[in-house]
Write a protein that binds this ligand. Structure first.
Ligand code: GLP
Length: 240
């Protein structure tokens, strides 16, 4: 595992955007795994700048990690909306090469199977971006998630609902379930980059990097991945 410690949010974003850019240069038809949350926002805006300066994104395929159950794509807190607002509307990825789990599917189990099949058909994920929850979750794989999981339906942890309540008018409006790529899906990516910024992530980063590999801290499984880089700012690295 490589751990790169940088000064702050902006340098974390610049470092990760550069790594994604390098991946696109090396393999223009890469399959990227994308994350949401506040952490990757700087990366998306820098990638949009790369595009504005001429980088072609048209051969990429993208798979998002997760989506809330019950939020339609036009709901401002859905991850469909987030991705369109913050990234897809600013680059030239083909709409039919963009994949996000459908949290409105009538048959959620079938949607999970369909999503895994789509990843397989695309040849697997070349580079997976991750944030980390304050409880160590990756995607929406909460503590206790088995390492063998593929895309699945998740009951969100209380702490995650609380963390994410800031984006909703009230905590009652935060969905309690989500669809998420599983731990196995993430571990099958050829390369993984986990980003973290701020002191609220320091315990989770420390447990993920230095603690035992345990389902109690989902991100700790990344210690077993052959090609993973943590790009963390000084505040998030403060317990390392
Ligand atoms: C959500 C997302 C995760 C993300 C985490 C951290 O729960 N499902 O993919 O990593 O939040 O979010 P933030 O980056 O806003 O701290």
């Amino acid at each position: 595992m490589n751990v790169v410690v940088v000064a702050n949010f902006d340098s974390m974003s610049a470092e990760v955007a550069k790594m994604v850019f390098a991946q696109i240069v090396r393999k223009p038809d890469s399959v990227l795994g994308l994350a949401t949350g506040s952490t990757p926002l700087g990366v998306y805006s820098l990638l949009a700048e790369y595009h504005a300066r001429g980088t072609d994104f048209s051969r990429l395929t993208t798979f998002n990690l997760d989506e809330y159950v019950g939020l339609a794509p036009d709901h401002p807190q859905s991850y469909h909306w987030y991705m369109r607002e913050n990234f897809f509307s600013k680059v030239n990825i083909k709409p039919d090469r963009i994949f996000i789990p459908n949290g409105m599917a009538e048959d959620l189990e079938a949607e999970c199977l369909r999503y895994d099949e789509l990843i397989k058909q695309a040849g697997g994920i070349d580079l997976q971006l991750l944030g980390i929850g304050s409880n160590g979750h990756i995607g929406f794989n909460e503590p206790g998630t088995e390492f063998g999981t593929t895309t699945h339906i998740v009951d969100l942890a209380e702490s995650t609902i609380r963390d994410n309540a800031r984006f909703f008018e009230s905590i009652d409006q935060v969905p309690t379930r989500a669809l998420s790529m599983g731990i196995k899906s993430i571990m099958q990516a050829k390369e993984v980059i986990l980003m973290a910024s701020g002191g609220s992530k320091a315990d989770a980063v420390c447990a993920a990097v230095k603690g035992p590999v345990t389902t109690a801290v989902p991100a700790s499984v990344l210690q077993l991945h052959p090609c993973v880089t943590f790009v963390v700012d000084q505040a998030a690295a403060s317990r390392l």
